[in-house]
Design a protein around this ligand. Structure first.
Ligand code: NAD
Ligand code: WQD
Length: 338
């Protein structure tokens, strides 16, 4: 299939573009590079042995998108483009609503105009808020989001659902990712956070490589097996494969459908530190600090719907994720800049 990949130069997008090429699809990337580098797509091209066509276009730029659609007939769009920094979204909500909502509305409008009505959307477990049931199935009610970023995901899910309800020619796959970590096994593509990482794994790898002194563990008094927060970490390559498998739902004509993409296993912060040390032989000094505002104790998925309906199941375990995250960090201490 010929697939428009918005945000395809980013962390999850670049791994998915590679997986799409390997599965025989033809991805075309649109990215404004506000949080990524053209070098990620060069690395994907090297790994795939094939050029990745890419347009430097902002999804809020209708004319720019029109030009891309004039040159290609897309079978589907995988929509990654968006801002994703939770604390920044609390400081700058307008920036997030403008980029993520206005950008997506422009994209959906241009897609409809060009009769491309198949979309896979990057949603997030954040839409469950503090989840009503654990493990979280797709039937779990959406919760109260605690930040503007999470609200854009929740709203975009609703907007796409409404669009599909009004025009059944649309097929909408809402993929709720749990906590993506790791990197391609080559160590040539991975996550490149700007400044101080907010997320656990990039902070761990930066401590391990000597860029930061000590990991802050945000709270050890949660109601979990060791008191630290529990999450469902998923290897980014498993996530990428989930997008390739989700195309089959679109091909069958799925209407609107939601899938959790997680492993189904929850690990605490200290489990992650231990697994990282075991997988890499590098120690990670840490200190316990106050809880981080907005954090919940436990979040992990029941991923069986994706297995049953898409034939997708995560293959990599936590040690694989740590080993691959470390290989990328070690090979590229400054991301794509070296
Ligand atoms: P990322 O920042 O690495 O990738 C997003 C890409 O979108 C970047 O290349 C950025 O330059 C591009 N982009 C942003 N705004 C744009 C715009 N207006 N026009 C064109 N391009 C634009 O992030 P990621 O981790 O790869 O996440 C991809 C998607 O998955 C995002 O929508 C994110 O919200 C969602 N998601 C991520 C996580 C996570 O933990 N990484 C979890 C759940 C959902
Ligand atoms: C994981 C655990 C922290 C950093 C966020 C977004 C979510 C989604 C994924 C996009 C928690 C603890 C973390 C650190 C720590 N993104 N931690 N020290 O918060 O589950 O999810 O990313 O959709 O929307 O909220 O991920 O990696 O930040 O935290 O102790 O330096 O690690 O408290 O228990 P989170 P995370």
């Amino acid at each position: 299939m010929k697939i428009l990949v918005t945000g395809g130069a980013g962390y999850i997008g670049s791994h998915t573009v590679l997986a799409l090429i390997e599965a025989g699809h033809e991805p075309i990337v649109v990215d404004n590079f506000c949080n990524s580098s053209e070098k990620s797509l060069k690395a994907v091209s090297r790994l795939a042995g094939k050029d990745v066509p890419c347009y430097r276009v902002d999804i809020r730029d209708r004319e720019g998108l029109e030009k891309v659609f004039a040159e290609h007939t897309f079978d589907a769009c995988i929509h990654f483009a968006g801002l994703k920094c939770v604390p920044e979204s609390t400081r700058l909500p307008l920036k997030y609503y403008e980029n993520n909502l206005a950008g997506s509305l422009t994209l959906f409008g241009v897609m409809a105009e060009h009769h491309c009505k198949n979309i896979i959307f990057s949603s997030s477990a954040t839409v469950y808020g503090d989840p009503a049931i654990i493990p979280i199935t797709e039937a779990c009610p959406k919760g109260v989001t605690t930040n503007a970023y999470g609200e854009t995901k929740s709203m975009l899910e609703r907007i796409l659902t409404d669009i599909q309800k009004a025009d059944p020619e649309w097929n909408v796959v809402l993929l709720r990712y749990f906590n993506p970590i790791g990197a391609h096994r080559s160590g040539e593509i991975g996550e490149q956070p700007n400044g101080i990482p907010n997320n656990l794994m990039p902070y761990v790898t930066q401590v391990a490589v000597g860029k930061r002194e000590c990991l802050s563990v945000y709270g050890n008094d949660y109601d979990t097996h060791d008191g630290t927060g529990v999450r469902d970490y998923i290897h980014v390559c498993d996530l990428a494969d989930g997008h390739v498998k989700a195309l089959s739902a679109i091909q069958k004509g799925c209407g609107t459908v939601v899938y959790n993409l997680g492993t189904g296993t929850g690990y605490s912060v200290l489990d992650v530190v231990k697994a990282f040390e075991k997988a890499t032989g590098v120690s990670v000094p840490y200190a316990v600090r106050e809880r981080r505002a907005g954090d919940i104790a436990t979040c992990y998925s029941d991923p069986t719907k994706a297995e049953r309906e898409l034939g997708w199941k995560a293959k990599y375990n936590l040690e694989d994720m740590c080993r691959d995250a470390w290989r990328w960090q070690k090979n590229h201490p400054n991301g794509f800049d070296d």
